[in-house]
Design a protein around this ligand. Structure first.
Ligand SMILES: Nc1ncnc2c1ncn2[C@@H]1O[C@H](COP(=O)(O)OP(=O)(O)OP(=O)(O)O)[C@@H](O)[C@H]1O
Length: 262
């Protein structure tokens, strides 16, 4: 049974103070620099059901990573509330995060990078080796990140997020900078894992075609501060999601009123 409102996001406002180099720090006529915070997100209210695959689509710099960091609990400095329900086993929900860059520890092997995030009860189970082999990385267990291609590093980053068996998987443009065939392989791999496990995915992208290929639901964010511009269910078969005609029709429908070219 679908758990409605499993993840409830209500961000009234998220602002940043100016960075030292930030153009947002405005100098007045006497040259004094304004310390006024810049609002990045405003009135972002979303309810996400357990097990859903949701894409967050928006132009570069609109605040998608900021939103994921709030959901991950990495940034608590905002006005609003984010609530994640416990899972059926009545334990706290587990969150996996695939960052925009693979962010593997360079002085640790692939196997060690996974072991570092594993729960105490997983120690010695060999689950990391099994997962790497399911992901076509069996031979990389003892390799160091410097020996991996970008595609393999991104696979390892996905494995590191999956090894804890997350209830919520946050993904921040995880396949960016890959050539299309490698990105397509990784999208298929991700879909395989999402279908085989019960987990909710929040997948950030600025690529509307990627969002249509993956998402059951697409949330379009834009504006400054960013708000939710559209919230669309995608009811397409796996074959239709690969068909340029369906993809273009849905892109028109979703992006028609939003302005940004995505
Ligand atoms: N720590 C910070 N301090 C100040 N401003 C920040 C900070 N992090 C992000 N920003 C600003 O907030 C805005 C949103 O950034 P964010 O990285 O969330 O956008 P994004 O949609 O994920 O962009 P991209 O797709 O390029 O990663 C940008 O203007 C960025 O410069």
């Amino acid at each position: 049974m679908a758990v409605m409102n499993w993840l409830s996001i209500d961000v009234a406002r998220k602002s940043y103070g100016p960075k030292s180099y930030d153009k947002g720090a405005r100098a007045d006529r006497d040259g004094a620099v304004s310390e006024a915070p810049t609002a990045v997100l405003e009135n972002v209210a979303l309810s996400i059901e357990y097990g859903a695959f949701v894409c967050i689509l928006g132009p570069s710099g609109c605040g998608k990573t900021t939103l994921l960091n709030l959901v991950a609990g990495l940034d608590k400095n905002f006005v609003g509330n984010i609530a994640l329900r416990a899972t059926r086993a009545q334990r706290e929900a587990r969150i996996g995060y695939v960052f925009q860059s693979p962010a593997l520890l360079p002085w640790r092997t692939v196997g060690e990078n996974l072991k570092l995030v594993m729960r105490p009860d997983q120690t010695g189970s060999g689950v990391e080796r099994e997962l790497l082999s399911q992901m076509g990385l069996a031979d990389c267990y003892d390799a160091y990140p410097r020996d991996l291609s970008l595609g393999m590093s991104r696979r390892v980053a996905l494995a590191r997020a999956l090894v804890i068996e997350p209830d919520l998987l946050l993904m921040d443009e995880p396949f960016v900078s890959l050539d299309e065939s490698k990105a397509a392989e990784l999208r298929q791999l991700l879909m395989r894992f999402w279908k085989a496990r019960t987990m909710t995915v929040l997948f950030v992208t600025h690529d509307s075609r990627e969002a249509i290929q993956l998402g059951q639901r697409i949330i379009v964010m834009a504006g400054s501060p960013a708000t939710v511009q559209r919230d669309e269910m995608v009811i397409l078969s796996p074959e239709q999601r690969e068909d340029p005609l369906y993809i273009e029709a849905l892109r028109k429908q979703i992006l028609n009123h939003t302005g940004p070219q995505l």
